[in-house]
Design a protein around this ligand. Structure first.
Ligand code: ADP
Ligand code: MG
Length: 242
C-alpha cells in the first residue's frame, strides 16, 4: 500500500543572478513499512525534496498525497500528524535550555510511561531525560530526536543525513535502530544520504537524484545490478572497490 506519494514536483530557487532547479518533474512513492533511500551528490536536491514532502517548503507545481488524499500546500503543523522530519543536526533541533523530558513532552501529550517506553525503544535510559541537549553525546541526541518523532505517532519518518555528524560506530547503531523501529512499529522511512553504500544496505528501494532530476528509481537490487543511468554507474564504481 502506498502511504505517501508525489507527482510531477517542481521547485526553482531564483537568486540574484542565477536560478537553480533542485526539483524537476520528480515523482516518488513510499510504501507502507518500507525504507526508501534517496541518494545523490551534494546539491542534487535531496533536502529540497524532503522539505517539499514535509511542507516546510511549497512546490512550485506538482501534487502530494497521504494515503491517496492530497495535502499539497499544507505546512508542518498539519503534516506533522502523519510525518516527522529528523535532521542531521540533532542538537540544533532541540531547545538548548530545556531538559529532554520537557522537549519530548512539548510536542505531545503522552504520559510519562509512554515517554519511558519510547526512550527504551530507542536504546536510551530514564536518567538522560533530565539532561539538556549539550549534555548528551551526538548519538544519544539523535536517538532522542527519533524518540520525539515516535511520540508523535506519525507513520512516516523523513531522515535527512541523520548519521552524517556521527562517528562510524554510532552511525551503524543509529541505522540499526531505524531498521528495528521499522520492523516493530511498521512505520515507513525515507532515508536521504549521499552514501550509496549505506543506502543500498538497508533500503528496499532507491531513488538516485542528479541536479534535481531522478535518474534511477527502483528496487535496490535492481538499481545496483542494472542501473539505468551513467551517473548511478559512476556512483557505484566509486563505492564498490573490490
Ligand atoms: P542536497 O540536499 O542534495 O545537497 P539541496 O536540496 O540542499 O541539495 O540543494 C539543491 C540545490 O538548491 C543547491 O544548488 C542549493 O544551493 C539550492 N538551494 C537549496 N535551498 C535553497 C534556497 N533556500 N535558496 C536558494 N537556493 C537553494
Ligand atoms: Mg542535503
Amino acid at each position: 500500500m502506498t502511504i505517501l506519494s508525489g507527482k510531477d514536483l517542481n521547485k526553482e530557487y531564483v537568486n540574484r543572478d542565477r536560478s537553480v532547479r533542485p526539483l524537476q518533474h520528480v515523482d516518488f512513492e513510499l510504501n507502507q513499512g518500507e525504507i526508501l533511500g534517496i541518494v545523490g551528490e551534494s546539491g542534487s536536491g535531496k533536502s529540497t525534496l524532503l522539505k517539499v514532502i514535509s511542507g516546510i517548503e511549497k512546490p512550485d507545481s506538482g501534487k502530494l498525497y497521504h494515503m491517496g488524499k492530497e495535502y499539497t500546500g499544507q505546512g508542518p503543523e498539519k503534516t506533522g500528524k502523519f510525518l516527522q522530519m529528523i535532521f542531521q543536526d540533532a542538537y540544533g533541533s532541540f531547545d538548548p535550555r530545556m531538559s529532554m523530558e520537557r522537549s519530548l513532552k512539548e510536542g505531545s501529550d503522552e504520559s510519562r510511561e509512554e515517554i519511558l517506553r519510547v526512550i527504551g525503544e530507542v536504546g536510551l535510559t530514564e536518567g538522560l531525560l533530565g539532561r539538556r541537549p549539550r549534555h548528551l553525546s551526538g548519538g544519544q541526541c539523535q536517538r532522542m530526536s527519533i524518540a520525539r518523532a515516535l511520540l508523535s505517532h506519525a507513520g512516516v519518518l523523513l531522515c535527512d543525513e541523520i548519521t552524517s555528524a556521527l562517528d562510524v560506530t554510532t552511525q551503524a547503531q543509529v541505522i540499526k535502530l531505524l531498521m528495528e523501529i521499522r520492523d516493530k512499529e511498521r512505520i515507513s522511512i525515507v532515508l536521504v544520504s549521499h552514501d550509496l553504500a549505506l543506502v543500498s544496505m538497508i533500503c528496499d528501494r532507491i531513488m538516485v537524484m542528479k541536479d534535481g532530476i531522478v535518474v534511477d528509481n527502483g528496487e535496490t537490487a535492481k538499481v545496483i545490478s542494472e542501473p539505468s543511468s551513467d551517473y548511478t554507474r559512476k556512483l557505484l564504481e566509486s563505492v564498490i572497490t573490490v
